[in-house]
Each structure stands twice: as structure tokens, then as C-alpha cells.
Design a protein around this ligand. Structure first.
Ligand code: ADP
Ligand code: ZN
Length: 529
């Protein structure tokens, strides 16, 4: 058949079928593609696996000239280009890993119009020679992938991305499409502002990932809890285990290997060869468990990741969403499992207090942790709360732990009063600061060495909380933190009262708490073994 005329909606559809071998567009793809083909700017927010790539690849093929794709994922460029070449798309890349002659070949192909797509690392655009090169060729569009890298508060922040705001000044007539899988409504605006994309049309897909089962439980014996998840629910499945520090990545990977699981470590402290090797084993072999810091995962396209486990509290809901989103790209049932404890909160506070930047910056980081904590302690559907964070409304999902096993709630007013009184009492001791452990020991009436040393067994609150066990008290502390009725500060995680604590102590406010389960294990929605 004769190809459809360039620019008509049929041209895009024809490319979809002929080049990519798909029957129909998904979600907003068609609308986005015709908007960009017509020369409009676009900001595309689509969950991982939603099909963002076609949103710039097809317009680049339909429009005249070369589509320039700016991507921070240098390690994946070769793969992306190979995949496109195999489909018959003429693609090349320019980054710092190339030999000069390889670069020259790509530049020549670009200038003579023999390329459909050119992938560029953002830092290349700061090189004047690259800008001059682009000036001499014909560009069909700019695609800015992983656009959240421009957002100051995302953990992938890249100063190089800020320079991308100049694309528009230099090439005002070339359409730009920015794409990301992570963003709250506030972040959309930040991205649009920083990239100078004020007139761009926003395309926001639903962020729901219905095949992912969300579960969050308290840390008791995290390694054992993790092993149970792997052995009982995901034997021989591929998955990712996220840890906060390099040291805990190493220890956790070692522990899993000793337990007979094929686990590999990944963090920025490993040499490049080991990292590349582990990544490629994870991608190519079946059933490999990657134990990693958040340095791992961006741009990884492995469809059958069956679980993502977090052994530490993520720093933000956006990070959590992005990391868990690496599970189940193939649409099959998958698990997002998180274990977190009070110590995580203390550690995050410490990191925030010690972080560079001004007061406003630290306040923002705190707000991120607070939102994450609220998600952990909610008695409502996790998915409803998660989607609400991204500005979407939803109904209870039936596929998260709180839907599958609704947590019992109880009137924790008296327990909260006991705990807050103890915190108040300890706050008066100037010579020493105490964390949650000491507070709980006092409440439970334990004569530990530290309790005796500071005469805490003589306090009127000593032993008034013997009716609850350690685990239950830790739950009370976490939930009071999540409700803003308690604060944790300083290097030792000292508990402190907040303004709202007074309402509880003054009998003006009731506190409803969720009962700490003995052992959380929601039943699987099936299929994942
Ligand atoms: P994202 O970049 O949003 O994470 P990708 O662009 O990598 O997603 O697409 C995810 C997967 O879905 C890829 O394997 C891609 O080939 C496939 N895909 C994208 N669009 C379609 C479509 N219209 N029909 C069928 N498969 C598609
Ligand atoms: Zn739910």
C-alpha cells in the first residue's frame, strides 16, 4: 500500500504498525503523537511501562529531520539504539563513552540526514561544538526523557538538565516533548517552569498500577521478614530489594546468597564492570534478585520483575512510587513490599538535619518524609492514598494489605497520653537525651541498666504501660509521629512534643490507632506463585 501522507493521523498509525509491529495506540499515545507531529510542545506524565518512547519516536519518524532525544541513561543508549536499528530505525547516540571516530561517524550521519533519532547525554549540550553541530543539521523535535531530573527535589537531580531551558531560545520553532514517570501536580509545574515549557500541553495518564499489590509492615526482624516474602511468595522470581546504604546492600545480598537465593549487589561504590555485569545478569537470567541502592533501576526495562521490596523507608512517596513501579511492567500480579521501623524515621531526620541547603529546603525534605510516613500508617487503602498524592481519586482497591486485611483500630488516647507524659517528663532532664527505646522501657516497667542509672524507675509513669508489648508501643510511637502528635529530633532520635501533643495531654483530642498485627501477610491475589 502507498504510505499515508506525512502529518496525517494515518501516517503515525502506519508507522506504529509497519515499524513497531503494534496494532493500536495505547492510552493517550495517539493524541500526544498528533500534537507533537503538528509542532506542539508536550509534557507527558505516564507511569513506567506506559509506552512513553513511542510518543517521541513516532513523531520523529513522521516529521522531517532528526529527533534529538536527551537522556541521562548513558549506560542504556547502546541498547536503545540497537533495538531501534533492529526495527529498521536509523538511530545513533553521542556520549562520553565513545571513541572520537565513532562520534564523527554519528555526526556525519546526523548532518547528512541519515538519522531518524539522535540520543544525547544532557551534558553534551553544554559543549559548544555539539550546539554548533545541531545548528547545522535539521531537527524534527527535542525529546527530554526522565524530565523529573530537572526537579530540584527529586533524587535524580541533574544540574545539566537546567541548561535545557535554553533549547527553546535557540530553536524556538522545534517542538519539545518532556517525559517522566514521576511527578505530583506540584512537580509538573516545576518541570514545565524549569524547562521553559509554559505553553506545553500536559498529558497526564492515570498512575494506577492495578497489578501491583502494595504492602507495608513494621520492621521486626527485617531479614527474616524478607526471606519469608521471597520463599513463600516469590520463589525463583526476579525482584529488586532496595536498601538505603551501600553497607546494607552488601550485607543483605550476602545473607540472601547464604540462604540459597541468587542475589547480586548493586550500588555506586562497586566498580563499573561489576555493576554492568550484575545488571546484565539481572536482565538476562531468570529469577535473579538484585539488592541495590536507588542508584539501580532508572530506565531498566525488565518486564517480569515480580516484586520490589524496600528494607528501609524511601525518602519520598514519589521515590517509593517510582521504585515500586519497576515491578510488573508486563501487567501480571506483582508485589510491592516495604518494611519500616522507627529507626528509619530517626535516620531520615538525621540526614535531613545534616543536609546542605537552607531551612526551606530541609522543610521540604521533611514534608516528603512525613507524606511517606502517613502512607505507611494509614488505615485506609494504600492505593487510594498513593493516587491521592498524585492528585487522583480512587476507590478502595481490594489489592493492598489494608484492603485485604483491614487493620483493626483502637482508641489509643490513653496510651498516647501515657507516652506523651513520659516524653514530657524526660524532656525536662537537661543532662541527657533519650530515644524511643528508653521511653518504651520506662512505660513497660523494665529495670534496664539505663533505666536504673537515671532513676527512671522512680518516675510516676514507670510501668504504667505494661499492658502493651514493645512492638505495640513502637507502633504507637510511629503512628503518633505520622499524625504529627510527636516529633523526633537530633542525632539520637530524641522524642519531643509538638504543638498538637498538648491537645491530647489536655484531654481535648482523641487518638485512634491501628492495631499492630502480630504478623502481616496479606493473601496474594493469585498467579504470582
Ligand atoms: P515507558 O518508557 O513509559 O516506561 P516504554 O516506552 O518502554 O514505556 O514501553 C513499555 C512497553 O510497552 C515496551 O515494551 C513497548 O514496546 C510496549 N508498547 C508501547 N506502546 C505500545 C502499543 N501501542 N502497543 C503495544 N505495546 C506497546
Ligand atoms: Zn487497597
Amino acid at each position: 500500500s502507498t504510505p499515508a501522507p506525512v502529518g496525517s493521523p494515518d501516517a503515525a498509525h502506519e508507522v506504529l504498525q509497519r515499524v513497531f509491529g503494534y496494532d493500536s495506540f495505547r492510552g493517550d499515545q495517539q493524541e500526544i503523537i498528533s500534537h507533537v507531529v503538528a509542532g506542539g510542545d508536550a509534557l507527558v506524565l505516564m507511569p513506567t511501562g506506559g509506552g512513553k518512547s513511542l510518543c517521541y519516536q513516532i513523531p520523529a519518524l513522521v516529521r522531517d529531520g532528526v529527533g534529538v532525544v536527551i537522556s541521562p541513561l548513558i549506560a542504556l543508549m547502546q541498547d536503545q539504539v540497537d533495538t531501534l536499528n533492529a526495527l529498521g530505525v536509523r538511530a545513533g547516540f553521542l556520549n562520553s563513552t565513545q571513541m572520537p571516530h565513532e562520534r564523527q561517524e554519528v555526526e556525519k550521519a546526523f548532518l547528512s540526514g541519515e538519522l531518524d533519532l539522535l540520543y544525547l547525554a544532557p551534558e553534551r549540550l553544554r559543549v559548544e561544538a555539539t550546539v554548533r553541530l545541531l545548528d547545522r543539521g535539521k531537527i524534527s523535535l527535542f525529546a527530554i526523557d526522565e524530565a523529573h531530573c530537572v526537579a530540584q527535589w527529586g533524587h535524580d537531580f541533574r544540574p545539566d538538565y537546567l541548561a535545557l531551558s535554553e533549547l527553546h531560545e535557540r530553536w524556538p520553532d522545534i517542538p519539545r516533548v518532556a517525559l517522566t514517570a514521576t511527578a505530583t501536580p506540584a512537580t509538573h509545574d516545576e518541570i514545565a517552569g524549569r524547562l521553559n515549557l509554559v505553553d506545553a500541553k500536559h498529558f497526564v495518564a492515570s498512575f494506577d498500577r492495578p497489578n501491583i499489590q502494595y504492602r507495608i509492615e513494621g520492621k521486626q526482624d527485617p531479614k527474616k521478614q524478607l526471606l519469608r516474602l521471597l520463599r513463600e511468595e516469590h520463589p525463583d522470581d526476579a525482584g529488586i530489594v532496595y536498601c538505603l546504604s551501600r553497607a546494607s546492600v552488601e550485607k543483605t545480598a550476602e545473607f540472601l546468597v547464604q540462604s540459597g537465593i541468587t542475589a547480586l549487589p548493586y550500588h555506586a561504590g562497586l566498580d563499573a564492570r561489576t555493576r554492568a555485569e550484575n545488571q546484565s545478569r539481572f536482565l538476562r537470567e531468570d529469577g535473579v534478585v538484585m539488592v541495590a541502592t536507588i542508584a539501580f533501576g532508572m530506565g531498566i526495562d525488565k518486564p517480569d520483575v515480580r516484586f520490589v521490596a524496600h528494607l528501609d523507608l524511601p525518602k519520598s512517596v514519589e521515590g517509593y512510587y517510582q521504585e515500586t513501579g519497576r515491578a510488573g511492567r508486563d501487567g501480571l500480579p506483582s508485589t510491592a513490599w516495604l518494611a519500616y521501623g522507627l529507626q528509619d524515621v530517626v535516620q531520615q531526620r538525621k540526614m535531613i538535619d545534616g543536609s546542605e541547603g537552607d531551612q526551606a529546603h530541609r522543610r521540604r525534605l521533611s514534608a516528603h518524609v512525613d507524606a511517606m510516613l502517613a502512607l505507611c500508617e494509614t488505615v485506609e487503602c494504600r492505593r487510594v492514598q498513593l493516587l491521592a498524592y498524585f492528585g487522583e481519586k480512587g476507590a478502595p482497591c481490594g489489592n493492598c494489605d489494608t484492603c485485604l486485611a483491614p487493620p483493626a483500630s483502637w482508641d489509643g488516647t490513653i496510651a498516647a497520653q501515657k507516652l506523651l507524659s513520659t516524653v514530657f517528663r524526660l524532656a525536662k532532664e537537661r543532662r541527657q537525651k533519650f530515644g524511643a527505646g528508653q521511653v518504651i522501657d520506662i512505660l513497660r516497667g523494665k529495670k534496664t541498666a539505663n533505666v536504673i542509672k537515671f532513676d527512671h524507675d522512680t518516675l510516676s509513669v514507670f510501668g504504667v504501660g505494661a499492658d502493651l508489648d514493645d512492638n505495640a508501643w513502637r507502633g504507637v510511637v510511629r503512628q503518633l509521629l505520622a499524625q504529627g502528635l510527636l516529633a523526633v529530633e537530633g542525632e539520637y532520635g530524641t522524642l519531643a512534643l509538638t504543638e498538637a501533643s498538648g491537645e491530647v495531654l489536655g484531654q481535648r483530642r482523641e487518638v485512634m490507632l491501628r492495631r499492630e498485627p502480630e504478623r502481616t501477610r496479606a493473601k496474594s491475589s493469585g498467579g504470582s506463585g
